[in-house]
Design a protein around this ligand. Structure first.
Ligand code: SDX
Length: 429
């Protein structure tokens, strides 16, 4: 017999079912609440509200656990590759050798984009933020592949859209960067692996021979794994919401890119580096900035700190912090902001304000330091976050579609003016 909760309201008693997940998480199913009691629930930011059940990613914010389809993030980051993790998230199981070879071959041979994309790219002035360019180019795929607009497409057509997204995302990301710096774009090199191909498209220059540094390519692959999914975060919920209206997958992913852009979400990795640079420029007084972050009258927040779900160390931050030391050492890079970041982390973790609010470094706190060491410019950091999160967005969109979930349409409590008659302009005060 499943559990229930009892609600007493308006002199009546109601019972609502409690559902339980495979990791013993429990939720009140309020599907019948309004019909039974006339009440709805309200929860700005959905801090206590689940939007769906999902079998893709599990995270335990108190214990600092993150698993993709049951596999711990620590093991995947150590032993897997980004495309293998992408397959796992999207199709639910680790691929066999044959499945993996087919998947990677299809992606490799879809990396080229229609030449008319350049006309769209040319419409963006240099210095356009690459996230805006990226979301536009992804959405433009609805024009080049209008079949994606048909919500009744079969599984093969959906899988082709999935391959196109994974294949063309690095090309679009690199082209968005080239547009920003005013350099000619590079075409994909199908002899290279996923990350090496991206790095070459991004950094190769006509006048020079570009060799991919394997340390950089491997570090990037690990970073993409660590960003690949994170259950119902802001951008993933956006993808699911847009997808629930049966808009094209390309439109849904484009919306997810825009949601990720905000500095409270994926844009934090850029904001962290800007914050660390500001602290360095100000003389490196981390205590001063910690006090600013605690001052309610000061809008300054410690970027890269805090999380809606993690009330313990973000397991990704732990892995990225270690990778930052390894990558910088391997590349012989000394970045003073890494020392400032470690000082800031130590001070915050020993400050009552942060301890009381369980504010720990999140995925964005150290990732920017590695991106910088890899030569990635600051406003491309969130683009790399989007590249990493793409398989997660796809997997969540696919699950929502396969579960036949209804269109997302929350209710509200109205607090505006009550009924009133129209007053002609010449009679208004
Ligand atoms: C990502 O959801 C995900 O899974 C996201 C993500 C993913 O993989 O998809 O993990 C990626 O977005 C990571 C988060 C990146 N954002 C930042 O680093 C920006 C800085 N962090 C904060 O803005 C904040 O912590 C959020 C947005 C991440 C979470 O905010 P919440 O859950 O809405 O919490 P809140 O704003 O209500 O804060 C609770 C308290 C408040 O103080 P009080 O009102 O209780 O006195 O903590 C304080 C806040 O002022 N607080 C901070 C703080 N974060 C929260 N104070 C100073 N610095 C901070 N960073």
């Amino acid at each position: 017999m499943s559990e229930t909760v009892k609600i007493s309201y308006g002199g009546k008693d109601f019972e609502l079912p409690v559902i339980e997940g495979t990791e013993n998480e429990k939720a009140i199913d309020i599907a019948k609440l309004r019909g039974l009691s006339g009440l709805i629930t309200i929860d700005p930011g959905f801090k206590n509200t689940g939007s769906t059940t999902s079998s893709i990613t599990f995270l335990d914010g108190e214990e600092g656990i993150l698993r993709y389809r049951g596999y711990g993030i620590e093991e995947l980051a150590e032993k897997s590759t980004f495309l293998e993790v992408a397959y796992l998230l999207i199709y639910g199981e680790l691929p066999t050798q044959q499945q993996y070879e087919k998947f990677t071959r299809e992606i490799t041979y879809h990396t080229l984009v229609h030449e008319d994309i350049k006309k769209i790219l040319d419409g963006f002035p240099s210095n356009s933020h690459p996230m805006g360019v990226l979301s536009s180019l992804i959405c433009s795929l609805t024009a080049f592949y209008p079949g994606s607009l048909d919500p009744t497409r079969n599984e093969d057509a959906v899988n082709l859209s999935i391959v196109r997204l994974l294949a063309k995302m690095p090309t679009f990301a690199a082209w968005a960067y080239k547009n920003e710096v005013g350099h000619p774009v590079n075409y994909p090199d199908n002899s290279l692996d996923y990350c090496s191909n991206f790095l070459k498209m991004m950094f190769a220059l006509p006048a020079e021979k570009y060799e991919v540094n394997p340390v950089v390519s491997k570090a990037l692959d690990k970073l993409l794994i660590l960003h690949a999914d994170h259950e119902q975060n802001c951008s993933t919920s956006t993808v699911r919401m847009v997808g629930s209206s049966q808009a094209s997958i390309y439109a849904a992913i484009s919306a997810g890119i825009n949601a990720l852009w905000g500095p409270l979400h994926g844009g934090a990795n850029q904001a962290v580096i800007e914050m660390l640079e500001a602290i360095k420029a100000d003389g490196g007084d981390t205590k001063k900035f910690l006090n600013k972050a605690k001052d309610k009258d000061d809008p300054f927040r410690l970027m890269g700190f805090g999380h809606r779900v993690y009330k313990n160390f973000d397991p990704r931050a732990k892995i990225i912090k270690k990778a930052a030391d390894d990558v910088l050492e391997a590349m012989g890079v000394h970045d003073p902001v890494l020392e400032i970041a470690k000082e800031l982390e130590y001070a915050a973790l020993n400050d009552q304000y942060f301890v009381d609010r369980k504010l720990y470094p999140n995925v964005d706190f150290y990732s920017g330091i590695i991106y910088r060491a890899l030569g990635i410019p600051t406003d491309m950091f969130t683009v790399l976050f989007a590249m990493g999160r793409l398989p997660g967005w796809i997997a969540q969109w696919k699950e929502m579609r396969e579960n036949g979930e209804p269109i997302g349409r929350p209710r509200q409590i109205y607090t505006g003016a009550q009924t009133r008659g129209y007053v002609s302009m010449n009679k208004r005060g």
